[in-house]
Design a protein around this ligand. Structure first.
Ligand SMILES: *[C@@H]1O[C@H](CO)[C@@H](O)[C@H](O)[C@H]1NC(C)=O
Length: 449
């Protein structure tokens, strides 16, 4: 009798809790998300770009979610697996447990494991992310292993950075040479992204449904990351998916990169379309696609990249730096810390902007000319035209605290769920550039949300 009363009490309490949770979800406006990505790979970098757990902590007061990446798929077993077992799983020092252990100190923080995220090796001829979808027998080991990894290591859920095939970059043709202005035409040819896109779309919906069903008894979260240059209309049946997803992070950046578009430099992640080129390659288009397909605004997070994309300007790229910049020659040289051609973290970009340390330097070490974004629509860039011998030309477009704040303002104005910051390790987590304040981009976003 007593036990039964206790149970009734407990049940009452639980219903109250569930009710409160539901209200929390509906009332998302006052409760915007700041999803922080933490790439475990940054833990094993050399030098100043190595981010340790001590470096991570100052960020956590601002993050509602921490997404740890990136797990992968074993193509033989179709299981979700760590891509670096020593780093992730070692007893005592493994990052899976260390990262979820942060919840002791930050109890409101949700920690998710992310799969894919363009970091998992894929054989292009036998894309495991597609073959896994194609048979329900292959989906089962994936779902079971995902559930088991989440449970074993104490994550709050799974983030699906599903590696669907990407759009082919649009070749842009125009006049050539110095006096070249704007574009005449945009070609894609008759390239088909995926012959079986329609089937894969249906199968992905099934996977998400099955995953959510497996997660529901434990209350685990399931999020989707729409990766850069993946065409949502090809692969995501929004109305059928959305009820089984807790959030969707729209990774609306890297639309233009030196790898994809070596000959023309342009804004990689504008909020709006710059001057009638690339109508789909902007944040607003991506957000609107999901809203038009009945995704609740409160489930959509706009992902903001903390890096710049850098092209080599040639003598034929002209002197103005005004994008689109023609006749570029692929990726600019790698940064000292991140060591990746065409890619510069925010602190690396920041160090190239005019400052007391570089004001008298010349050539490759001299400062870039900075062009901010008074329109608040496209992002910042900085450049140095090629010199007389055609050397040292750079054009880099990047996100800084101001442009990230513009995106957060956009998110607020649209009533969206929030922002996803990708990646904490490329923000100025040491505060080296802006006078000691760590994570300036993260802070700028938080301040606007
Ligand atoms: C995405 O796919 C749709 C067809 O579903 C197509 O009309 C559109 O041009 C594609 N977008 C890009 C950027 O390739």
């Amino acid at each position: 009798m007593r036990a039964q009363q206790q149970n009734m009490k407990l049940f009452g309490l639980l219903s109250l809790l569930v009710g409160a949770l539901a209200i929390g979800q509906i009332n998302a406006a006052g409760n915007t998300h700041l999803v922080c990505y933490y790439d475990g790979g940054s833990f094993v970098r050399e030098g100043l770009s190595k981010l340790t757990l001590n470096d991570l902590e100052p960020a956590l007061q601002f993050c509602t979610h921490l997404v740890y990446g990136f797990a992968g798929i074993n193509p033989t077993s179709n299981k979700l697996v760590s891509n670096n077992e020593k780093l992730d799983l070692d007893v005592g020092s493994g990052l899976y447990r260390t990262v979820t252990g942060l919840k002791k100190k930050y109890p409101a923080l949700k920690v998710l494991l992310s799969v894919g995220g363009d970091r998992d090796q894929v054989d292009p001829d036998n894309n495991k992310y597609l073959t896994l979808l194609e048979s329900s027998n292959a989906r089962i080991p994936f779902i079971n292993s995902a559930h088991s990894l989440v449970k074993t290591y104490g994550f709050d859920g799974l983030d699906l950075g599903w590696q669907f095939p990407k759009n082919k970059p649009k070749k842009v043709h125009g006049g050539i040479g110095k006096f070249w202005k704007g574009f005449k035409k945009i070609f894609t040819g008759d390239f088909v992204v995926d012959e079986k896109a329609e089937e894969h779309k249906e199968e992905f919906t099934a996977l998400v449904r099955e995953l959510k069903n497996a997660f529901r008894p434990d209350g685990y979260l399931l999020g989707l990351s729409v990766l850069p240059n993946v065409n949502s209309s090809l692969f995501y049946d929004v109305p059928a998916l959305i009820n089984n997803l807790d959030y969707v992070n729209l990774h609306a950046y890297d639309f233009q990169t030196p790898e994809r578009n070596p000959e023309v430099a342009d804004f990689p992640a504008p909020i709006y379309e710059p001057n009638e080129r690339h109508p789909e390659a902007n944040v607003n288009y991506q957000v609107q696609f999901w809203l038009n397909n009945h995704a609740p605004a409160s489930k959509l997070n706009v992902a903001i990249a903390t890096w710049g994309r850098a092209w080599k300007m040639t003598k034929d790229s002209g002197l103005t730096g005004l994008p689109p910049v023609a006749e570029t020659d692929g990726a600019a040289p790698a940064g000292l810390q991140t060591q990746t051609a065409g890619f510069l973290s925010w602190p690396e970009v920041c160090a190239k902007l005019p400052n007391p340390a570089n004001q008298h330097l010349k050539g490759a070490d001299g400062p870039l000319r900075k062009v901010g974004d008074p329109t608040k629509r496209f992002g910042s860039y900085a450049y140095r035209s090629a010199d007389d011998s055609g050397e040292n030309g750079v054009w880099v477009a990047y996100e800084d605290p101001d442009t990230a704040a513009n995106k957060a303002t956009f998110v607020k104005a649209k009533g969206l769920g929030g922002v996803a910051l990708v990646d904490l390790s490329f923000d100025d987590f040491r505060g080296g550039c802006t006078g000691g304040e760590e994570y300036p981009i993260l802070r700028a976003i938080k301040y606007k949300l």
